[in-house]
Structure formats: structure tokens, C-alpha cells
Write a protein that binds this ligand. Sequence first.
Ligand SMILES: CCCCC/C=C\C/C=C\C/C=C\C/C=C\CCCC(=O)SCCNC(=O)CCNC(=O)[C@H](O)C(C)(C)COP(=O)(O)OP(=O)(O)OC[C@H]1O[C@@H](n2cnc3c(N)ncnc32)[C@H](O)[C@@H]1OP(=O)(O)O
Length: 165
Amino acid sequence: MADSTLTSLPPHHPQCLGCGPDNPAGLHLAVSRDGDSVVTDVTFDKRHRGAPGLAHGGAISAACDDLFGFVLYVVEEMAVTRRLTVDYLAPVPLGQPHRITAGLQRRHGRRLHLEATGTGHDGITRFTAEALFVVVDHHHFAPHGLEADVQAMFTRPQRRDRKDR
Ligand SMILES: CCCCC/C=C\C/C=C\C/C=C\C/C=C\CCCC(=O)SCCNC(=O)CCNC(=O)[C@H](O)C(C)(C)COP(=O)(O)OP(=O)(O)OC[C@H]1O[C@@H](n2cnc3c(N)ncnc32)[C@H](O)[C@@H]1OP(=O)(O)O
């Protein structure tokens, strides 16, 4: 969907399940910032099938979780998912684009309360999500990943100036 008011955001890292371009099993979400919100247009396909013709709830949940991870560019904090709740309001057909919009609802100390809405291009909202993210520092990631990869997450530019989505 072309939208001149959106600013592209970089993937969390190249292999990220949600947004990494180099993850062959990934959702390959392309995410943009729109003011204090972040948005992505996702089209689930046969790799994400649950019931015949419909998206798997886990795939929808993964898309929401990853998009919440982009609100961190707005908040300018590193944080991880502590709790994620998805309301599946209506079946999500494969092959139909849905726009997911997410943002910060409120913050209490380290706790970030986030919310998201997924709406088809037909205007039907088929899922919503809420999450609790908890702010962490680089020590959270350091024991598990290559030091250079962890450093890159903390030091990369926070946005790209591409406005062509
Ligand atoms: C500078 C610019 C930065 C830009 C960043 C941009 C991008 C990078 C972002 C992310 C990182 C990279 C890749 C992201 C990939 C995907 C994005 C999706 C996100 C994920 O896919 S991420 C993976 C799944 N995720 C986990 O792998 C977490 C496992 N987990 C833990 O590692 C611990 O569990 C932890 C650290 C979360 C907390 O542990 P802890 O010991 O530090 O803290 P504690 O337990 O004390 O809780 C702290 C405060 O939350 C309150 N609290 C807790 N539970 C609550 C509940 N249920 N209800 C209400 N409040 C609750 C407490 O009451 C306390 O509140 P208070 O501080 O106010 O007292």
C-alpha cells in the first residue's frame, strides 16, 4: 500500500522471524512509522495456514509480537515481550492484505503496555492484540547471541528515510 506519510524502519536483524529479510521461514514484515504508531501490511500465505484457507493464529500472533517490537523505535528503549494477548475477532483469509497498526498505550516504569489492531483492506478488523513489554539492557541478549549482532541492535540507525511505501 503506497502511503507518503510513512517512514520505513529497519528490521530488528536480518534473521528475525518477523521482519528479517534473510530468514526463509520468516514473515518478512516491512514496517513503517506513522507518527507515534507503527504499521505493516501483511498477507498471510499457504506457509501460514491453520485451517484450510485461513491464517494460523500463531502466525497472526507472531506478526503482532514483531510489530510491537517496532514500537520500541518510537519509545527509544530496548524491551522484550513479557505477555501477549490476541483477540481473534474473525477468521483471517490467506492472500488478503491486512494492515496492522501498533502503538504504546501507557508506560509504568519498565512496563510498556502496547496495543495493536489488524484490519483487512475491506475495512473489517479481524484481530486485536495487547502486550506487556519490559525494558531490558544489552545484558539480556549478550549471553545468547554474537556480541556484534547484539551491539548492532543497539547502535543501528533508528530509521531509514525512505518514504515510498
Ligand atoms: C535505543 C533504541 C532501541 C530500539 C530497539 C529496536 C529494536 C530492538 C527490539 C527488540 C530486541 C530485538 C529483537 C526483537 C525481535 C522480536 C520483537 C518481538 C519481541 C520478542 O519476541 S521478545 C522474545 C520473547 N520474550 C522473552 O524472551 C522475554 C523472557 N522474559 C524475561 O526475560 C523476563 O521475564 C523479563 C526480562 C521480561 C522480565 O524479567 P525481570 O526479572 O527483568 O523483571 P520482573 O520479572 O521483575 O518484571 C519487570 C516488571 O514487569 C512487571 N510484570 C511482570 N510480569 C507482569 C505481568 N504479567 N503483568 C503485569 N506486570 C508484570 C513486574 O511487576 C515488574 O514491574 P516493576 O519494575 O514496575 O516492579
